[in-house]
Design a binder for this molecule. Sequence first.
Ligand code: SIN
Ligand code: CO
Length: 396
Amino acid sequence: MSPFKVRSNFDPRAFLNEKWQQKPTLLDGFFEKFDDPLSADELAGLACEAEVESRLVSHESGEQWQQLHGPFAADELRALPQDDWTLLVQAVDQWEPGVEALKSAFSFLPTWRIDDIMVSYAVTGGSVGPHFDHYDVFLVQGAGQRRWLLGPRCGAGSKVSDRSGLSLLDEFDAEREVVLNQGDVLYIPPGFSHYGTALTDSLCYSVGFRAPSRGEMLEGFSDRLIAASDPSQRYTDTNATPPARPGEIDTVSLRHAYQDLLTSLDSSGEFQRWFGCFVTEPRYPDLILGLNRALSVTAVAAAIARGSQLRRNPASRFAYLPPQSTNGGLLLFFADGEDFELPGVCLDTVRELCSLSAINYSRFDSELLDQRCLPLLTSLINRGSLLLREDDAAMP
Ligand code: SIN
Ligand code: CO
């Protein structure tokens, strides 16, 4: 039985229309059943691991903020006082299958929008201070109780100070107060100020979404265009007459250069490929390890035919673009920042790949698998994005 059950009267359409990216929303009793997928001790154990990103935020009298970065020594964590600190561990979904499973409760949003699940354990009084985030977040309350003060949307004029590496708001006007109990969820859109404080020792799961800035998108897309550009294509003059004032930039030359640049940016084909790669870039590429000995397409075909099972590497991200007239009828599959061009017959396979669990191994339907999709599966297995497990029971 799943440890999470979303209440049956939750209406994702109404939520998306009325609340998503618009207003902070308390989803009272969002989970009818919520069993914490990990304990405070297990979280502390992760914070002691070198490859896990963690931090400890503490404060004295609500003002003196301190932030320390992990990994921590177990003794260091054991020696902490009873009150006023929070231990935060990033991307716990990569390490704890039970936390990864929590993502399925948010399947009313595209999987490629989800970034990671940060888990925090706060003792009474623990807080990370008044702040805002640049991305959407669902704060899922686990064991214990937290109070959240909610303030207005912040803008360019909102004053923020760096306190020990924390970007905290200089002024915070609470407009609303909510207290979360186990199974409650608080949704906070980008930019809205919030200030949480643990009322009792408590766990909180922050399901965060990817929200690249326009600057990052411009940079990423133009990098791709630059890499593909022909250096022999250069600025050309349009004026055949000598300039009356040689120091002046005339409007015709200016418009010509501008148009040339706009034309090179206006490439929906390149954009589609770049976007798919961009949104599937893994956060922790080091966790995707290729096989030491690459398998051949024949070996993969044989393994699938005899019932070997597959699962997605938890660090891997998959997405696809179905064939359509705007992409020349091509099926594009994206895995971990790379694009794969496939024949349309691979659509079912690609959909199956995108719905593969990162927790449980499952059989791939070999009957439905077209031979033309095998090179893709082989490449994904060899690069470590797909994990293959031989099914001994199915071996002859
Ligand atoms: C927390 O888990 O205490 C902080 C989460 C947040 O404010 O985004
Ligand atoms: Co926040």
